[in-house]
Write a protein that binds this ligand. Structure first.
Ligand code: PBG
Length: 334
């Protein structure tokens, strides 16, 4: 609980006194941001020596595994908290049975092993959901037009175990199926992966802000329909608390709110209610809006980027998944 503010009447109290210089502002600053708070999402694809720009996300690349290793070295040098791997898959890599998702040799698992061999101290996070291997772009199996829950959860456990076997530190289930956290936790314990963490995408909304990401992973043209039967209604807030409570109760170590900036109220409620490690995902659409406005000369990119990241800390987040991670870390290291 925050203390009740006590204030003398003007002019005894002049709140501008503590804003008069950079030194004083630094002394009274309530929140801080450091590179260690940032998780950098990267996209891995097939091939070697490839860094292919994502058109809808200026400055973001799809990288072959060797180039992902370069990015991992960069992340470590900049003091970034973790790297989070997403696979880019072409239509020829997608099937209805999604077997690529738990293939030990898929892009994600090859990238994890390569990073762990080259930069063992860097924390590696993954994405668990079927959308990047699904012919129809959904996060779960589709049967007669329905995104089925329980059969999907079984496959998500296989996917998570393949990632843990490859050396992942943090499993990131982003699928929003019911029961997946408990099932993945049980699977990890049974296979000797008791130190592998789960950062649950607990409160993930059915958001139009994911548009550029779906281009980045190759899901845009694949996706049929929307994700509203499993991702949350943007109108809801109490439901987010129920989801977070449920996931923590099933063994999640950390929880996430997604998207980020339009949902800072949810971040604050989650942190205040549970006090658990809380993260937000500043998603692709948020990133691309800032990049686009800056490219037009309408906003100062660097200042808006840093302000947006500090907003997450102020809202109670411990850390942020952001495509700005390397750019922000460079500034924080100055
Ligand atoms: C899918 C997934 C999505 C994102 C992360 N994992 C998109 C979706 O749910 O359709 C979005 C990330 C972003 O927009 O930056 N499992």
């Amino acid at each position: 609980m925050a203390p009740t503010p006590i204030s003398a009447p003007f002019p005894a109290a002049r709140l501008r006194r503590t804003r008069q210089s950079e030194g004083i502002r630094g002394l009274v600053r309530e929140n801080g941001l450091s590179a260690a708070d940032l998780i950098w999402p990267v996209f891995v694809r097939s091939g070697t020596e490839i860094e292919e720009p994502v058109p809808s996300m200026p400055g973001v690349m799809r990288r072959s595994v060797d180039k992902i290793v370069d990015a991992a070295h960069e992340a470590e040098a900049l003091g970034i908290g973790a790297i989070c791997i997403f696979p880019y898959t072409g239509i020829e890599e997608r099937t209805e049975d999604c077997t690529g998702a738990w293939d030990p040799e898929n892009h994600t698992n090859r990238a994890i092993r390569a990073i762990k061999a080259a930069v063992p101290s860097l924390t590696v996070m993954t994405d668990v959901a079927l959308d990047t291997y699904n012919i129809n772009g959904h996060d779960g199996f589709v049967e007669n037009g329905e995104i089925v829950n329980d059969r999907t959860v079984e496959a998500l456990v296989w996917m998570a175990l393949a990632q843990a076997d490859a050396g992942a530190d943090i499993i990131g289930p982003s699928d929003m199926m019911d029961g997946r956290i408990g099932a993945i936790r049980t699977g990890l314990e049974a296979k000797g992966h008791q130190n592998v963490m789960i950062l649950s995408y607990a409160a993930k909304y059915a958001s139009a802000f994911y548009g550029p990401f779906r281009d980045a992973v190759g899901a845009s043209s694949a996706l049929s329909g929307d994700k509203k039967t499993y991702q949350m209604d943007p109108a809801n807030s109490d439901e987010a608390l129920r989801l977070v409570a449920r996931d923590l109760g099933e063994g999640a170590d950390m929880v996430m709110v997604k998207p980020g900036m339009p949902y800072l109220d949810i971040c604050r409620r989650v942190k205040d209610t549970f006090g658990a490690p809380t993260f937000a995902y500043q998603v692709s659409g948020e990133y691309s809006m800032i990049k686009a406005a800056a490219a037009q000369g309408w906003i100062d990119e660097e200042r808006v980027m840093m302000e947006s990241l500090m907003a997450f800390k102020r809202a109670g987040c411990d850390g942020v998944l952001t495509y700005f991670a390397p750019a922000a870390a460079k500034i924080l290291g100055r």
